[in-house]
Write a protein that binds this ligand. Structure first.
Ligand code: ZN
Length: 208
């Protein structure tokens, strides 16, 4: 996915899918509703959405594979799955076979190796997190991740993280700062968090 060619991108940030009051969980029917809104808005009113709404899903939860992946495929909607490599295969998370399958249709980004906040780490530790996750993803799906999603949103704008990411071939960093991206700063990409409807309303968040 070439983010560079887009202008005024809105990047939605999901985590889990299913029935839960948890603010990081989106109900399946609401997610489907989101995709309907996005599809219809882009087709029916390109100005309103700018045709540039991208979905990111952090953490590699099993519900991302079981619920979001088939719907995204059905809608043929662009999405990026951000995974923490040490969590893959653990209980509640996707396994490598599932990640590989997802990677055939969607982008896989790094969400660090251990899913730990990066800002408190020293440069060697940051390098380890970004290098390990990059290499393990490459080994398992056959290509390097180009994008990095900061675990817990920690380290937005941290020059050490940006420089290390650039050195390792990353071309962009997703933060947890909420907002649109105009002008586009590839190493400080803002996102709109989407949880259950109590916490987020996609139309309000993306059209204002
Ligand atoms: Zn996370």
């Amino acid at each position: 996915m070439e983010l560079e060619t887009k202008k005024d991108i809105v990047i939605l940030n999901y985590h889990r899918f299913g029935d839960s009051d948890d603010k990081y969980t989106r109900e399946k029917k609401d997610f489907k509703g989101d995709l309907d809104i996005l599809e219809n808005s882009i087709i029916g009113d390109p100005e309103r959405m700018n045709g540039n709404v991208i979905i990111t899903i952090d953490d590699g939860d099993t519900s991302a594979f079981e619920i979001a992946y088939p719907l995204l495929k059905q809608y043929n909607y662009p999405a990026i799955f951000c995974i923490s490599t040490a969590l893959i295969g653990k209980k509640g998370y996707m396994d490598w076979e599932q990640v590989k399958q997802v990677s055939e249709d969607f982008d896989i980004a790094s969400h660090g190796h251990n899913h730990i906040p990066l800002r408190p780490l020293d440069e060697t530790q940051i390098m380890t997190e970004l290098l390990l996750s990059r290499n393990i993803i490459k080994k398992n799906i056959g290509r390097k991740p180009k994008l990095l999603s900061l675990p817990g949103g920690s380290g937005s704008g941290d020059e050490r993280i940006i420089n290390i990411a650039k050195k390792l071939g990353y071309t962009g960093i997703f933060t947890s700062i909420s907002g649109r991206n105009n002008p586009l700063d590839m190493f400080k990409l803002q996102r709109v968090p989407i949880g259950n409807k109590k916490y987020a309303n996609i139309t309000n968040n993306t059209t204002k």
